[in-house]
Each structure stands twice: as structure tokens, then as C-alpha cells.
Design a protein around this ligand. Sequence first.
Ligand code: HEC
Length: 254
Amino acid sequence: MLAAIASALHVLGIALAATFGTLRLVALRRKDIPGTRLADNGNGIAAILLFGAGFWRLFAELEKPLGFYTANPIFWTKMGVVAVMVGLEMYPQYVVLPWHIRHSRKQPIEPKPGQFERMFKLCALQLPCILVLIVCAALMSRGVGLPTPAAPAAAAMTSRLPGASVYATYCQPCHQPDGRGLGGKAAGDFVGDPTILAKPDAELLDVIARGKTGRIGSMPGWGAALSPQQQRDVLAYLRATFGQSAAHASPAAR
Ligand code: HEC
């Protein structure tokens, strides 16, 4: 429910940003001071919605764990475009903020020559940025940019790896034969959450040896029960069976 609200506010923010961004351009072209101020206020509300709902979704992990986003190059493209937009907004704010202050003090507003033209150019550049943001968001919601999950049939191909019997004995009770950990409820879902196996060996070996307590629950450490070689074997088995390359590695997966 919270996730749906946050997502709706985020989308509303984008819609408002596009609307007021366009209205601001019209006002700037007409050198219309009240119109520019009004559109600027609208943009402020859009920015609060966009950033507020965006960071809320991201850091409260309402829908997906943070790693789901940070593992995705499209997410970083989005953040880069946001940074560009913030940069483009510097000059307009430098001009319009004093206007708001003068207006509230009932002082006259006297734009300097060239200010409207400069603001128009910078604000015009923001509109294609908004378009890129929308495209990125649409791509991400379709799962583009994340590693392809392995097909379950891949397990058959890797069952002769030395880590297979270790997995069956020590890991399978929680992580399940399909590696999905009962849909991520009982244990980490290696298939559904590709960010897990995107982590480097050292980090995963550390989790295997010392265990982990996280959002899903607690995993005991296996450092005492398994030799270092067995720990490496089982990690190799995880990567080969459930990792992003598994679907490509085995013809049986298709
Ligand atoms: C008692 C149940 C249980 C067993 C048995 C178990 N795990 Fe886990 N495992 C978990 C839980 C729960 C998590 C998720 C922890 C979290 O992030 O909340 C997890 C997460 C993981 C992760 C992801 C860590 C990360 O950084 O997100 C790896 C890798 C992993 N387990 C490997 C193994 C291996 C290898 C074995 C067998 C040697 C094993 N697990 C056995 C419960 C178990």
C-alpha cells in the first residue's frame, strides 16, 4: 500500500515537472514575471514530490532492496540525468529566488538584460531530460538492465559440480532446490534477486562463512562446518546454477 502511494506520488511529480516546465518556458518567452514565478512554484512542488517520493522508495526499500537499483546501470543513468537537471536549474533559481523575496516584500522586480533568454535556454534543456527520465523509469519497471535470471533447468547441468552435494546438504533446506528460497521468504532468492550473485566472491564467501542477518531473516555461518574449499565449491555451484551466466552457459536451459 505504502509502495503504491509512493509510486503514485513519484509519477505525479514527473507529470507536474513536465507541465510546469513547459508553462515556465512559455512565461519566459513572453518575459512574463508573474507567470515565471507561478510556474517556478509549481516546479518546486514537483521537485519535492519527485525527490521526496523517490528517496522514500529508494531508502525505505518499500518495493525492492536498495541493491536492486544500485546494480542497474539504467538507475545510474537516471541519477546522472537528475544531476544534470539540478545543474541546469542553478541559474534560474539564482535569478528567480530573489524575485520571490522581492515580491513578498512588495518591492518591484527588475530583470536584467539577457536573464529571460538565458533562463529560457537552460529550462528548455530540462525538457528532454524529463523525457529521458520517463524512458529510464519505464525500462526499469520492465526489468531492463538487470542480469537475466537463470532458468531452473540449469540446475540439472551443474549437479555434478563438487559444490552440488554441499548445497543439497547444507543450503537447500532454506534456499530450496530452485535457489529461490520459497520466493525469498525463507532465504535469499538467488534467481529472483540477481543482485545477490552480482556481489563479489569475497563478500559472498564472507556471508557463507559467517552467516548474515538481514531483512529476510538469519542465516547461520558455515565457517565451522565447511572447509574453505567446500565454501568456494558451493559458491561456484551457486554462480553456475543460479547466476546470470547460467542461462547462457547451458543449452538445456532453453
Ligand atoms: C537456516 C536457513 C539457511 C540455510 C541453511 C542457508 N541459508 Fe543462506 N540465507 C538464509 C537467509 C535467511 C538469507 C537472507 C538473509 C537476509 O539478507 O535477510 C540467506 C542469504 C544467503 C546469501 C545472500 C547473502 C547476501 O549478501 O545477500 C547467500 C550467498 C547464501 N545465503 C548462501 C548460503 C549457502 C551457500 C548456504 C549453504 C552452505 C546457505 N546459504 C544456507 C538462510 C539460510
